[in-house]
Design a protein. Structure first.
Lengths: 347, 347
């Protein structure tokens, strides 16, 4: 992969756009020397922000548009009326080969709908999936789908397993990531038809996937596998439950330090250690829910993130491109096709 | 409710039975003066354990049986071959009116199968549900189903809502608990048919349930509602994900205290505050997953719990009995029946 990586940015998407988009891109550019950016958005607002980064200015290009997708726009309405929005133009840049990947902190549903329409599905993948990186006791792991498809059949889950594995390789640098299917028990007969069918297929000899087997909810935090595969309903509930629990436990800790004078003194001594912990649990570290399955690389940043979080989302997109994510998917799909066909019950 | 409460105990169920069962009962008896216990199990092992609690001995009665349900027994096999097991005899004591409630730390699947067979379903309830108490930012809440039914229709969820609300009233002492349906978004059109149908029904004028609406995974830890209602698949994943995340964050905290000398000193000062926190998150505090929907009160304790955890599980069973759980369900079902029938799409 020679030549610079071109990143298309929806400069107007997200709660703190366009400021954090430009700042985030500036951080990412320092980390990733071989990148260039096309910023889609309001030139009058973007030019002064870009001007602050003198050394980097030549690696920014601003593409003006007045329009943006509202945060509360319905995906169908955005798709119909948002053809000149900053989000759509950024996506189209990838579809037209003018950029290598797109990052937006805007409306998730609209981004998904537009990316699917403009980039199309990757040949051989039936449904897109949202994936994210999560902290675990063994480091970091990937979970998908986080909400793109509430109901999935066995074949969808097999495809998610493939995409999740390739994502872990290209973004986390794992050599041979293990993949687990989320279930309510580890025995073979547990769970509904889709998970059982997917497990049968992933266990086939010759499968390109390092399949661990079924895992349960507590295996997510334990880091039992590198890639957690589930349908979008379950993944969405699990992700948000984990976020809520992390907040609960952290608040309990904080409250317990307030509870007596000696505890307050303890807090002073422990402050730097606790700051490190906060950093480890910092959601910005795990920012960037990727849409997998598209014929192009599209990363969604949290809408409320700051410049650092946005820079991390850019990093995810650039890693996927530099490490050949789409090529790996193509190869993996071929190897899946060469396997025995899915049993009839799997769908 | 006059007269003592009679609690039937499966003295041989669980990893540390019968010791922790007898010790747990002794703790519960001190807390709950008006209780008596029938212990089902091996008399030769139980008599010396009971003899240690001189003052309480007269409130214990031992019913001998040689048999017990193995921890790895299949529910169907236990149901067929376990007619004289300690678990089955304890359940039967409730079915025959000799006891008011039963508590077991044994094989969950066998307990569910036997309790359903022996006690039958509560008239008007179609499916049993497993419920548990969880810590939240606002205190404590109830979640169900935790795995008894992987797939549920709208009417099942409505019945779970009723049972969960009555459980929160009788065990947590909440006057008018709020009930939320777990979903992947809070808008009306979100989620699958069963949750949308259940929401429509719970919103009907005259519903006996204080229905909050849809909630998401992070609302569990936040304590947005007092009762979280979902199907057994989702509830099982959410519960275990929460447990795994709590362990992850707690371990991160512990590691951050080890990380420098000043942090270690901080730990010494904060030790008593952290001990309080541990107590607050102690799974033993939330021990006792209750089987709701049966025509009788049956509580499942964690298999690996200790005497204190087992005593808490007994406390849950006795609270349900003393506060008229089954009567409340009967009244609530009548009021649900008086509502408009569920829309056709709800099933």
């Amino acid at each position: 992969m020679t030549g610079p990586v071109i990143v298309a940015l929806d400069a107007m998407g997200g709660d703190h756009a366009p400021d954090i988009v430009v700042q985030g891109a500036a951080i990412a550019m320092r980390r990733l020397p071989n990148t260039r950016f096309i910023l889609f958005g309001d030139k009058a607002r973007l030019d002064p922000l870009v001007a602050r980064h003198k050394k980097l200015r030549e690696r920014f290009q601003v593409h003006h548009t007045d329009e943006r997708v509202a945060d509360d726009a319905k995906p169908s309405a955005a798709l119909r009326a948002g053809r000149n929005s900053s989000m759509r133009l950024a996506i189209d840049a990838v579809g037209e080969g003018k950029a290598d990947c797109v990052v937006s902190a805007g409306n998730t549903g609209a981004l998904m709908a537009m990316a699917r329409f403009s980039l199309k599905m990757f040949p051989g993948i039936d449904r897109p999936a949202m994936a994210s990186i999560l902290p675990s006791q063994r480091g970091e792991s990937v979970m998908l789908d986080l909400g793109a498809n509430l109901e999935c059949d066995a074949e969808n889950l097999v495809q998610f397993a493939l995409m999740g594995e390739m994502f872990a390789r290209t973004v986390l640098g794992q050599k041979h990531p293990s993949v687990g299917l989320l279930n309510v028990g580890s025995e073979d007969m547990k769970g509904h038809e889709a998970v059982r069918g997917a497990a049968t297929r992933l266990r086939s000899p010759g499968s390109p996937i390092n399949f661990f087997g079924f895992i349960e909810g507590d295996d997510i935090g334990a880091g039992t596998v590198d890639v957690v595969v589930t349908d979008g309903w379950t993944g969405n509930v699990a992700l948000k439950t984990a976020e809520g629990t992390a907040r609960l436990v952290t608040d309990f800790f904080r409250a317990s330090f307030r509870h007596s004078l000696t505890a307050r003194i303890g807090y002073l001594f422990a402050a730097s250690a606790l700051a490190k912990l906060r950093k480890r649990l910092d959601p910005r570290q795990y920012n960037g829910a990727v849409f997998l399955g598209l014929n192009g690389i599209a990363v969604k940043s949290h809408g409320g993130t700051d410049a650092l979080g946005f820079a991390n989302a850019i990093g995810v997109a650039v890693d996927m491109r530099n490490n050949g994510f789409l090529d790996l998917i193509r190869d993996g799909l071929q190897r899946l096709k060469d396997l025995a066909p899915a049993p009839a019950s799997a769908n």
